[in-house]
Design a binder for this molecule. Structure first.
Ligand code: GDP
Length: 176
């Protein structure tokens, strides 16, 4: 990580959501442009990337729960100081969508710096059209009801991953 590079902002971004929805894959895709079958790891992991947006240079540190979510042991320290929170579900598994309301949004609101962080719902695995269980309309409605941005992605197909992060950062920049 080129820590010596001067940046205008540094933003902490979190990925949350059920195990297997594609958090690590989104992070890998965003950070390195790659996609690989991932071996689940335990412990919190983050990757950093410098992007240019709106004439500003921004260092993003993107945090992934890396398996901790299976034990429901994310703590307040994981959420502390996050400017952006990405709530991820898998469009081919409805229960991961239900978990956003039942678990993840509640935890974000409990621990997160709610007022200051921008929230985004990411509907991942849109390439699995044949086995899709959650419609775009359902995702949009949920995101709107909870004041979140909404983007549909495929980490596997490299669809809209970059766009999701950029939209989030854009919103963070315009949030006072
Ligand atoms: P995490 O537990 O939320 O970090 O999920 P992972 O990133 O480990 O992904 C879980 C599984 O879903 C892995 O086998 C990935 O290869 C796969 N996966 C992730 N994103 C996509 C996607 O957009 N489409 C498809 N078809 N599979 C994906």
């Amino acid at each position: 990580l080129p820590a010596q590079v001067e940046v205008d902002h540094t933003f902490k971004i979190l990925l949350v959501g059920d195990s297997g929805v594609g958090k690590s894959s989104l992070l890998l895709r965003f950070a390195t442009g790659g996609f690989e079958e991932l071996v689940p790891t335990i412990g919190v992991d983050f990757k950093a990337k410098i992007i240019e947006l709106g004439g500003k240079r921004i260092r993003l540190t993107v945090w992934d729960t890396a398996g901790q979510e299976r034990f429901r042991t994310l703590t307040s320290s994981y959420y502390r100081g996050a400017q952006g929170i990405i709530l991820v579900y898998d469009v081919s598994r409805a229960e991961t969508f239900d978990s956003l309301a039942d678990i993840w949004l509640r935890e974000v609101d409990m621990y997160g710096t709610v007022e200051e962080s921008v929230k985004m719902v990411v509907a991942n695995k849109t390439d699995l059209a044949e086995t899709r269980e959650v419609s775009t309309d359902m995702g949009v409605a949920f995101a709107r009801a909870h004041g979140c941005l909404f983007v549909e992605t495929s980490a596997k197909g490299n669809v809209a991953v970059e766009q999701a992060f950029e939209e989030l950062v854009h919103k963070i920049l315009e949030t006072p």
